[in-house]
Design a protein around this ligand. Structure first.
Ligand SMILES: Nc1ncnc2c1ncn2[C@@H]1O[C@H](COP(=O)(O)OP(=O)(O)O)[C@@H](O)[C@H]1O
Ligand SMILES: [Mg+2]
Length: 241
């Protein structure tokens, strides 16, 4: 589904990605683990064409995405739903308007069809009767769920989650992890989750990859990662509570 081939990326001489190779399997949950600042968000932005690699290629369904012109890239992005790290809701829009945003922007649905889809997506993330609320009235966990409802509005084939549980309490972290699994099961999408929540990772992941110093140092099932003899992976896992 998504193939990252020897991705290198520097910012002002600081090489963040030093040749990342990773295969993201279709219809599964892949989790990318790594410490803060190691380049996880940078890597994810390459998958959707928000960043262009200095070297290497990103293929989605066999298409080299950096060869697409702007119009094609825009169309291609409809395959993706992205839940940004901060949830990134529009604070001046209601919950309903936030979820409706991609539908209004990218497709020609009737007002009625949009309202129905908004209700449907909010129901999928377990939120009802809050369409008229403002984001400022919601808890952190609810905001993330509204962000997820918006990310699935256009029925994406691929959902990218950038640290969906960071900053949430353990109960809400659990709820979001279950939501990731549920969404996966209900919509059979390809999911990529960036995380430094090790416990939650092992619960949701079909595949785990560990990013360290610009390369993938371990990948495989949760069990493969637990059994990895790579010193960094062992050190990272030993921080488990
Ligand atoms: N647009 C950018 N311009 C310059 N430096 C950047 C940019 N985006 C990310 N970086 C740098 O790349 C490194 C990795 O960042 P990031 O991918 O956000 O880490 P994380 O693993 O926490 O998501 C950091 O040192 C960050 O400062
Ligand atoms: Mg990040």
């Amino acid at each position: 589904m998504i193939q990252l081939i020897n991705i290198r990326k520097s910012f002002n001489g600081n090489q963040v990605l030093k040749g990342v190779n990773l295969h993201i399997p279709k219809g599964k949950v892949t989790v990318i683990l790594g410490p803060s600042g190691c380049g996880k968000s940078v890597l994810m932005k390459h998958m959707i064409g928000l960043l262009v690699p200095d070297e290497g290629r990103v293929q989605v369904d066999g298409v080299d995405i950096h060869r697409l012109d702007d119009a094609r890239l825009n169309k291609f992005r409809k395959k993706f739903g992205m839940l940004f790290q901060s949830a990134a809701l529009f604070d001046s829009l209601t919950v309903g308007e936030n979820v409706a945003f991609p539908l209004v922007e990218h497709a020609s649905f009737s007002k009625r069809a949009i309202d129905d889809r908004v209700q449907e997506c909010l129901a999928l993330v377990g939120l009802q009767n809050i369409v008229h609320k403002m984001p400022s009235e919601l808890s952190g966990g609810m905001r993330k769920r509204v962000g997820l409802a918006r990310a699935i509005a256009l029925q994406p084939e691929i959902i990218l989650y950038d640290e969906p549980t960071t900053g949430l309490d353990p109960l809400m972290t659990d709820a979001i992890n279950h939501l990731i699994i549920d969404t996966q099961k209900k919509l059979s999408v390809t999911s990529v989750v960036i995380s430094h929540d090790i416990e939650g990772t092992f619960e949701v992941a079909h595949k785990v990859a560990v990013l360290h110093e610009g390369v993938i140092v371990a990948e495989g099932s949760s069990r493969d990662i637990t059994g990895s003899s790579h010193p960094f992976v062992q050190k990272f896992l030993s921080k488990r509570s």
